[in-house]
Design a protein around this ligand. Structure first.
Ligand SMILES: C[S@@+](CC[C@H](N)C(=O)[O-])C[C@H]1O[C@@H](n2cnc3c(N)ncnc32)[C@H](O)[C@@H]1O
Length: 238
């Protein structure tokens, strides 16, 4: 088994590819208030866990999931084959195209950078539209080494103020923010722990390494969750 195969043996089968709950989608969409017949884009949607909650906010509209990893897109196309108002396609969120009433981007904007990503999203927003995204954030000015270890070598992480500055620099005004809840992290990590337990006994060296790293990540988040996590930010173009 290659490293990549080992990675997707664990992560490719999970319902979510990051923390989140329908309640967080609801909170963000209540601020953006898309038209009932509008279109919402889920940028970097992973396996598509947020698509049904997003669809409930456009009861006569559509949701489009755009994701770089083709096997996730195939999974979504099978899972939502009887829901014509949900479509999923392989694409690059740096070039979303379209004209969307809202763009939701959970735990994926850091691939582009917050300012760069929001600038890239701007031409794809319909008039009156906005963006909701979650992004790594320090909840303290003095993160402990354990909190720093949680994010590894991601050096884009900043405080609430630093994150708001990145939003403003992109020409957006933040209209609301809240930390992604512990329940959202557990919605990601609890199924991951179950999957680790299923895979553990028969795991060869590559898979064992991936399982060990995932367990370490979960333990680190539980130790550091007061100090860091994701901030969910809702922002509109100025
Ligand atoms: C941490 S996962 C979060 C997935 C999903 N939003 C969720 O919360 O379950 C980030 C996702 O962004 C996707 N991604 C990264 N860069 C991308 C890009 N440039 N365009 C589209 N998708 C991208 C990755 O393939 C991955 O599925």
């Amino acid at each position: 088994m290659t490293e990549e195969e080992a990675f997707f043996t664990l992560y490719g089968s999970l319902v979510r590819a990051g923390p989140g709950t329908p309640e967080e989608v609801d909170w963000a969409m209540s601020l953006l208030n898309p038209h009932p017949d509008g279109t919402i884009c889920d940028a970097g949607c992973g396996p598509g866990a947020d698509l049904p909650a997003l669809l409930s906010h456009v009861p006569e509209g559509r949701v489009v999931g755009i994701e770089a990893h083709a096997p996730f897109v195939e999974r979504m196309q099978a899972a939502f084959s009887d829901e014509p108002r949900i479509t999923a396609r392989v694409g690059d969120m740096a070039d979303l195209g379209g004209s969307f009433d809202a763009i939701w981007c959970a735990g994926a904007l850091y691939f582009l950078g917050v300012t760069e990503g929001l600038e890239a999203f701007k031409p794809s927003l319909a008039w009156g539209g906005g963006v909701a995204f979650s992004e790594p954030c320090w909840f303290t000015d003095n993160p402990s080494p354990a909190a720093e270890a949680f994010w590894g070598d991601y050096d884009g992480i900043t405080t609430h103020k630093g994150l708001m500055d990145k939003v403003w620099a992109a020409g957006f005004d933040p209209i609301g923010d809240q930390p992604v809840s512990d329940a959202a992290w557990e919605a990601y990590y609890t199924p991951m722990e179950r999957r680790i337990a299923e895979l553990r006994d028969d795991a060869g060296p590559e898979l064992s390494k991936v399982l060990d790293e995932a367990e370490l990540e979960i333990a680190r988040w539980r130790a550091a969750r007061e100090e860091t996590g994701y901030l969910l930010v809702v922002a509109v173009p100025r």
